[in-house]
Design a protein around this ligand. Structure first.
Ligand SMILES: Cc1cc2nc3c(=O)[nH]c(=O)nc-3n(C[C@H](O)[C@H](O)[C@H](O)COP(=O)(O)OP(=O)(O)OC[C@H]3O[C@@H](n4cnc5c(N)ncnc54)[C@H](O)[C@@H]3O)c2cc1C
Ligand SMILES: O=C([O-])CC(=O)C(=O)O
Length: 516
């Protein structure tokens, strides 16, 4: 059994930022980060486009960023949250720079600002096309220098420990020893990121299996707006399932066109903002075009752009294309929409508090009210930075008294039960991913969702029964969590009776339009 003051689950931008700030404030408190893969493995590491922040108040304004966020969120954003996040952005950027993160600058020394869909101004602060990698590198380096932070990589949080609606810590599985241990903590933070691998076709790395949201759900925390799955319009097209390489929206911000196989610039037909419409509209338009044509993908045309400038801004994308046989100076890049982000999740207030006492959440696993029905591009890193600091500020208040409760906790015994058949888990995972793609994709139908709900309930019962008679491992937990997340997405999709933002559903007979 391990006792700690702050237990942080996840080492992306959200978890690391909180760890660093709380460690600086309380050098005598013990901070433990558990993270299920290498410490830097996270959605954060793969973020390309950048962070949306108003830095140039001559050209841009908080009001414009607020309005862009509200328009994208299609009526479901919490305006007070949007205002708070947007206006706190510059402070968080300053801190990141102080921690050593480097962002691209123009020859005049000012930040080079990119543009993405749904933004009325250039405001995306970036490090080439590897912004997340740079942020993760900088914060992790600071974290490693703090003596009061312990980073336990390849440690998988399996479940939260709760009593009387208090969170007391978590059960953690050490991947190297296979030992299951109890971590007791005054405060527990879920910063576990996204759910991408539930869909198979995703821009997310394999760690994205919705563990934090599923754990919170089992702990009876409030979970909301799971139906708002964001599909990025432009993942590099390849036939295989698994993580897909992203072609950043900033490439369209740089001037790339979307074309059908026959060459038609179809976004002109759908939205006055053309290629720079918000990503729900672009993904839905591509989906429709592909259904009309029967083609496997559409194309991003960069051939008219300044290729040398492109290489400078997007070296990773340029090289990925080249290695895949696409010379962007003359070839179009094949792209398809792919699961990218979840807008809903664990409901938190403006201080990151969940509905369970002493349990906090921030980053992609949380639902703050910032994104509404569709997240504005590059608002995710911003949200994670702002909320991890809000939680820190709330907990650092000297007048705050953290109340905890005592409970007799038994250390979990390592079982002698037989191992779960790995083939069974692999097959069930593939079936689950197929079901989610078919029945809960960009366009959904009630009849399909109802069938999926039944199937997911059956799988949940089946896997829970297997868990009782077998030795459980991380693959088991991930699958149980993904089935749970699938169930939440599908039931909350059935419950929404309107077409809004990233959510398009046909009910039994007629298509219900927004505000109808
Ligand atoms: C390809 C790509 C490009 C993107 N580009 C941008 C962009 O340009 N701008 C933008 O704003 N957003 C972007 N996003 C979204 C953004 O990167 C993420 O939403 C954000 O980084 C999430 O941060 P996080 O800290 O909440 O989660 P993550 O960075 O995903 O970190 C989650 C952490 O939790 C750990 N974890 C999960 N489950 C467990 C468990 N059971 N036990 C222990 N540890 C666990 C993981 O290993 C990981 O360390 C992009 C996302 C992707 C995938
Ligand atoms: O397209 C991009 O690079 C930006 C992005 O992914 C995001 O905001 O999620």
């Amino acid at each position: 059994m391990t006792n700690t003051n702050y237990l942080i689950i996840g080492s992306g931008v959200a978890g690391l930022t909180f760890a660093l700030r709380i460690a600086e404030q309380f050098p005598n408190k013990k901070i433990t980060i558990v993270t299920k893969a290498n410490a830097d493995e996270s959605n954060t590491k793969y973020a390309q486009g950048g962070i949306a922040i108003v830095t140039d108040k001559n050209e841009d304004s908080y009001q414009k960023h607020i309005e862009d966020t509200l328009i994208c969120g299609d009526g479901l954003c919490d305006e007070a949250v949007v205002k708070m996040v947007v206006t706190e952005g510059p402070k968080r950027l300053k801190e990141l720079i102080e921690w050593g993160a480097k962002f691209d600058k123009n020859s005049d020394g000012n930040l080079n600002l990119g543009k993405e869909g749904g933004h009325s101004e250039n405001r995306v602060v970036h490090h080439k096309d590897q912004t997340g990698h740079e942020i993760e590198r900088a914060i992790l380096m600071q974290v490693y220098q703090k003596e009061n932070i312990t980073v336990l990589d390849h440690h998988f949080a399996a479940d939260l420990i709760t009593a009387d609606n208090y969170c007391l810590g978590a059960i953690v599985l050490d991947e190297s020893t296979k030992q299951i241990s109890t971590y007791l903590s005054d405060i527990t933070l879920l910063a576990t990121g996204g759910i991408g691998h539930l869909y198979g076709h995703t821009t997310n790395p394999v760690i994205a299996t919705g563990d934090g949201i599923a754990m919170a759900y089992r702990a009876h925390a409030k979970i909301k707006e799971m139906e708002f799955i964001q599909f990025h319009p432009t993942a590099f097209y390849e036939e295989s399932t698994g993580s897909k390489f992203l072609i950043s929206e900033a490439v369209r911000g740089f001037g790339a066109y979307l074309r059908t196989k026959k060459g038609h610039r179809f976004m002109i037909d759908y939205d006055a903002r053309e290629e720079l419409a918000s990503r729900d509209i672009v993904s839905q338009s591509i989906d429709l075009e592909l259904k009309k044509s029967g083609d496997d993908c559409v194309y991003l045309d960069c051939t008219h752009l300044d290729i040398e400038a492109f290489k400078k801004h997007f070296p990773m994308i340029y090289n990925h294309c080249l290695k895949s046989g696409i010379d962007i100076a003359k070839d179009w890049i094949p792209v398809v929409p792919a699961q990218h982000y979840i807008c809903g999740g664990i409901v938190v207030d403006m201080n990151g508090k969940t509905s369970v006492t002493n349990l906090f959440a921030c980053g992609e696993c949380s639902q703050t009210g910032l994104h509404g029905a569709n997240r504005l591009a590059s608002n995710s890193l911003l949200e994670a930075l702002v909320y991890s600091s809000r939680i820190y500020e709330y907990l650092a208040n000297p007048n705050l008294e953290i109340k905890t409760i005592k409970k007799e906790i038994q250390e979990t015994e390592t079982s002698e039960k037989p191992e779960i058949d790995a083939n069974y888990l692999t097959k069930l995972k593939a079936n689950l991913q197929h079901l989610m793609r078919q029945n809960a994709g960009i366009v959904r139908y009630d009849a399909d969702l109802i069938k999926a709900k039944e199937q997911l309930l059956n799988w949940k019962q089946e896997i829970e029964a297997i868990g009782k008679t077998h030795q459980i491992n991380t693959s088991y937990y991930e699958l149980l969590n993904m089935i749970t997340i699938g169930y939440l997405i599908v039931t909350q999709s059935i419950e929404r009776h309107e077409n809004r933002g990233g959510f398009v559903k046909f009910e039994s007979a007629s298509f219900v339009k927004k505000n109808s």
